[in-house]
Design a protein around this ligand. Structure first.
Ligand SMILES: [Zn+2]
Length: 403
């Protein structure tokens, strides 16, 4: 079995050890040492990375027989019996132990305040998350999460000691252990002075101050529990910087201070809604006038009065609106298209008093243009991609109608 140096000293980043075994597994060089400061992963906390001599350690895993497997980059073998120097990537370890210890504190805060148990814990690249047996309305949960966050940070600001106890299962029963059903290791208990006792095999801060700020980033309901995403320490600082930068950039664009940005955005959205309503009303008026103009220019006989138009890159909703306005008059058949360089969209509509079927008329047009159409006898729409054939296809459809 590999002696776990991290078990006794989570701040040990450099160590020496003797090579016990060295082999190739799944194409990767693996080395086993008599002792190691590398954390092999577990309990929601990822493994450490670092180096053994000059070889990069890319992954660490604990085998079932208690031997710690260090996966190495490259294929330089070590000799059994050789003394090697191990270096744990400290910034990564610090980041992990901040999130991990922060989780102990946050989980206890939820338990003390609301009796909520932590049923799951994971550290990801950017955030960590816990699954809590916490229920309530969105407003209640927002308030509760804020209170737990406040309590957790108070424990950080008090800079309490974090102590390690090695206990027998009998002794463990005497401790006010917080239940975490994803961890059954009752030999090692981590105490956050007068606050939390948790059985745990991970790496922890020496004092709560080392965890730094504990900030809840978001939360959601998942699997009938409340899942809380949070960041601690260096991650919280990075997250604050990013959030502040976003808020400041938005404020600058609106020419207001950061704290006035939300109100300015609300005003802008209100203004936008008003303009949208006004634009719709104006388009309606313009379309009405355009329809009137087109109808005036089209003789009253023969019927149906056919109105054919091709527009360049016109909004399709506007084209459809125009078709509706045209066929509000009796005896009108409208076949309108809007085209870009590589796409045509068409609408065919007819007045209620005409026996012509717009969908039947439009179908061969769209097929000729390499596209499709759909709709009803009174109103149909479609599209195609053979833009060059548009005029010809439309003329053919009209010819089929007039015989
Ligand atoms: Zn722990």
């Amino acid at each position: 079995m590999t002696t776990k140096l991290y078990w006794y000293d989570s701040h040990l980043a450099q160590f020496s050890a003797q090579v016990v075994d060295c082999f190739v597994q799944d194409g990767h060089r693996v080395v086993v040492l008599d002792q190691s400061a590398f954390y092999p992963g577990g309990g929601g906390q990822p493994y450490d990375t670092g180096a053994i001599n000059a070889a990069r350690v890319t992954a660490v895993a604990m085998a079932e027989d208690g031997r710690m497997l260090h996966h190495l980059e490259g294929d330089v073998p070590f000799q059994v019996g050789e003394i090697v120097a191990g270096v744990v990537d400290w910034p990564r370890r610090l980041e992990m132990l901040q999130q991990h210890t922060g989780q102990h504190i946050l989980s206890q805060a939820f338990f003390q305040l609301f009796g909520a148990e932590t049923r799951g814990f994971r550290i990801f690249d950017q955030v960590a998350e816990i699954d809590l047996t916490l229920d309530g309305s969105p407003d209640e949960l927002t308030t509760a999460i804020g209170q737990a966050e406040t309590l957790a940070n108070a424990v950080v600001f008090e800079d309490r000691a974090v102590r390690l106890h090695t206990v027998t299962p009998e002794e463990a029963v005497q401790l006010p252990l917080r239940k975490e059903n994803f961890n059954t290791d009752y030999v090692r208990v981590i105490e956050i002075a007068d606050f939390d006792w948790s059985p745990c095999g991970g790496t922890h801060a020496q004092r709560t101050g080392e965890v730094g700020l504990i900030a809840v980033r978001s939360w959601e309901r998942a699997k009938r529990m409340t899942r809380v995403q949070f960041v601690c320490g260096g991650r919280a600082l990075r997250d604050y910087r990013a959030a502040n930068q976003t808020a400041a950039s938005v404020a600058r664009r609106l020419s207001v201070g950061r704290d006035e940005a939300l109100e300015a955005v609300a005003r802008l959205l209100e203004e936008h809604k008003k303009l949208e309503r006004r634009a719709r009303a104006l388009v309606e008026l313009a379309t009405q006038a355009e329809a009137q103009e087109l109808l005036t220019a089209t003789p009253m006989t023969p019927t149906p009065r056919i109105i054919l138009r091709v527009f360049d890159d016109r909004d399709f909703d506007d084209v459809k609106l125009l078709a509706h306005r045209l066929v509000a008059e009796q005896g009108v058949l409208a076949l309108l298209a809007t085209r870009t360089r590589d796409m045509v969209r068409l609408v065919c509509a007819r007045s209620a008093d005409l026996p012509v079927e717009a969908n039947t008329l439009l179908q061969p047009v769209c097929e000729q243009l390499g596209g499709r159409s759909g709709g009803k006898p009174e109103f149909a729409q479609g599209s195609g991609i053979r833009v060059a054939e548009l005029e010809h296809a439309m003329a053919k459809a009209v010819a089929s109608l007039t015989g």
